[in-house]
Ligand binder design. Structure first.
Ligand code: HEM
Length: 229
């Protein structure tokens, strides 16, 4: 670059990724995640975790039809990302036919889903922060969780129990993530609003960490609560 030309602005996808890096490490290092990825938890803990995801994804996806027409959030609404049906299949496998009546959101999950729903209703750019935090994570680290779950609890590879982590409609996740980052870079909002989206992304990570904390309280210690199978 010419020494006199102005520095190129940092692409928004880089900004949001860098800004949430610390929060990501914190979420990744939560004791519940560590116990789960270390194979120290029973399948009941995994079921309970999957139930929490179901409450969150219902909030994320319930509003998809309305948001599809929104100039800011609309481009992010892509049917191949939809996870609620996959979560429902996994939960039917994990909990049997009564799973739905037995599913309970933890207080942290309720708060998380409520914030997603609020953004979906009132602030499409804030919704994008939640969309990014979940779906890009599922396409990345989610794949590590799938491998562990298959090994630890004996689910069929990419089968019932781990369908949430399998994106049948996305043949090339790396290419999909590249295109997703291009959408972030083209977000039609000003710099101040972008900063607010970054802040909401940090909040989204913190909401996830709070869910892990409560799951850790239920299934912590030696990783085997009286409930774990
Ligand atoms: C133990 C759990 C986790 C592991 C092992 C993990 C691992 C990873 C890995 C390997 C990447 C790819 C980084 C890259 O492309 O260079 C990634 C990206 C990502 N993860 Fe996680 N992650 C975990 C938990 C989470 C959680 C709880 C969230 C939020 C709910 C999350 C959200 C994200 C996001 C949004 C990205 C995309 C970053 C970007 O490229 O912009 N991850 N994760």
């Amino acid at each position: 670059m010419d020494a006199h030309s102005p520095a190129l602005p940092t692409p928004f996808s880089t900004l949001i990724r860098t800004a949430s890096h610390e929060a990501h490490t914190e979420a990744e290092n939560s004791s519940f995640m560590g116990d789960m990825l270390g194979g120290r938890l029973g399948v009941t803990a995994y079921r309970r975790y999957t139930e929490q995801l179901w409450f969150v994804y219902r909030a994320l996806e319930r509003c998809a039809d309305t948001l599809a027409a929104d100039p800011v959030a609309g481009p992010f609404i892509q049917p191949e990302l939809t996870r609620t049906p996959e979560l429902e299949r996994d939960l039917a496998h994990l909990g049997g036919p009564a799973w739905r009546s037995e599913a309970r959101p933890l207080p942290a999950t309720e708060a998380y889903a409520a914030r997603v729903a609020e953004c979906a209703r009132e602030w499409p750019a804030g919704y994008v922060a939640h969309h990014y935090t979940r779906y890009l994570g599922d396409l990345s680290g989610g794949q590590i969780i799938r491998g562990t779950a298959e090994k630890t609890w004996g689910f069929a590879r990419k089968g019932d129990g781990v369908r949430f982590y399998v994106f049948e409609g996305i043949g090339n996740p790396a290419a999909f993530k590249r295109e997703y980052r291009a959408l972030l870079d083209a977000l039609p909002v000003d710099d101040l609003e972008k900063q607010r989206v970054v802040d909401e992304c940090k909040r989204a990570f913190a909401l996830n960490t709070a869910v892990f904390r409560e799951l850790g309280e239920e299934f912590g210690g030696d990783g085997r609560s009286p409930l774990s199978a």
